[in-house]
Write a protein that binds this ligand. Structure first.
Ligand code: ZN
Ligand code: ZN
Length: 332
């Protein structure tokens, strides 16, 4: 009998009587990371990595019952050995390993094998059964070296500042924003944070992280700010808030920026290809390295990618229909 199956509530482990990243209320929920399509409201109790705990309390309420665990720590849940391993996706993100009767299952959650300098780097976990996402599971996705992207970003900010423009970077509040802040050149100018970004940062500062930039205070005379960097979530686009930074130039940071026309459609001046996920080649690499014989493909290009895995890698591969978002991340 399969250790993990999909039912109407989420990914279910019958032997252990728990769910992973469920989308409907259940008693026990193991949570891979803090993005809203994986961490939902209404569970009896939550089990997640220590650094996801403050994010869960920020987003779902401080009264939630949460058990924090470390990477590598093994829990015995009704005879199933459960452990969390770094997924390299965002701070606190984990792959969930289940072991029962000499069989190992791995739920990759969202994962990224290229280190971002902020989240604990991805570790390959060998397994028999691997549940993988496929957000960028088409050969057209081929991400550039992040070091080049950061260099471009800093050069653009510097140029904007020298012309008296502010620079607005749109980056998801959890994940991309911390990634960007770790790599911007702090000597170019002041860095201001939208409230949504500052809230996430504050929650993570409580567990020992530190970030560049400061929350935009009510007293700040925005019309006098020049040459600054402002980090805001994509939802800030086309809001009156944005206009208060005039004159500004604006860019979107996302894996989707690799698509032709994406920048124009979003109505931004620049697009920086920066992702919390694997590109095509990295997804393939991860699958081969786990040595799994059975692959279950979730959110993204499930059909195309599972067919590819069957035909190219000669593995068993099926689609796991889940309710995780096939966008790169949430809107906030
Ligand atoms: Zn995610
Ligand atoms: Zn996801």
């Amino acid at each position: 009998m399969s250790l993990l199956t999909v039912n109407e509530n989420g990914l279910f482990c019958r032997q252990g009587d728990f769910y992973i990243d469920p989308w409907k209320p259940v008693k026990t929920a193991i949570i891979s990371h803090g993005h809203s399509d994986h961490m939902r409201f209404g569970m009896g109790n939550y089990i997640c990595h220590h650094h996801t705990v403050p994010l869960l309390k920020l987003r779902l309420g401080s009264e939630q019952i949460v058990q924090g665990v470390s990477y590598g720590e093994v829990l015995d849940i009704n005879g199933v050995q459960v452990s969390f391993h770094p997924a390299g996706h965002i701070i606190g993100s984990a792959q969930i390993r289940l072991s029962y009767n000499d069989e190992v299952w791995l739920f990759g959650g969202d994962y990224k094998i290229v280190p971002d300098g902020v989240s604990t780097p991805y570790v390959c976990v060998p397994c028999d059964h691997f549940i993988t996402e496929s957000t960028f599971g088409l050969p057209i996705y081929n991400f550039p070296d992040p070091a080049e992207v950061y260099a471009d970003m800093n050069a653009w900010w510097r140029a904007n500042a020298s012309e008296g423009y502010n620079t607005v970077l749109l980056a998801y509040a959890l994940g991309k924003a911390q990634n960007v802040l770790a790599h911007v050149d702090k000597t170019i100018g002041d860095i201001y944070l939208h409230g949504a970004v500052a809230n996430v940062n504050d929650a993570l500062i409580d567990v020992g992280y530190s970030f560049a930039g400061r929350r935009i205070s009510d007293g700040l005379r925005r019309h006098e700010v020049r040459g600054a960097l402002i980090v805001a979530p994509p939802s800030a686009l086309a809001t009156p808030w944005l206009r208060t930074w005039t004159p500004y130039r604006i860019a979107m940071c996302s894996g989707w920026m690799q698509l032709r026309g994406a920048r124009r459609r979003r109505g931004v001046d620049r697009g920086f290809v920066l992702s919390d996920h694997c590109d095509w080649q990295q997804l393939n690499q991860a699958i081969v390295q786990t040595k799994a014989r059975n692959i279950y493909v979730t959110h993204g290009y499930e059909q195309a990618f599972s067919r590819w895995v069957r035909e190219k890698h000669g593995l068993q591969a099926v689609v796991f229909k889940t309710l995780y978002s096939d966008q790169e991340e949430e809107e906030l």
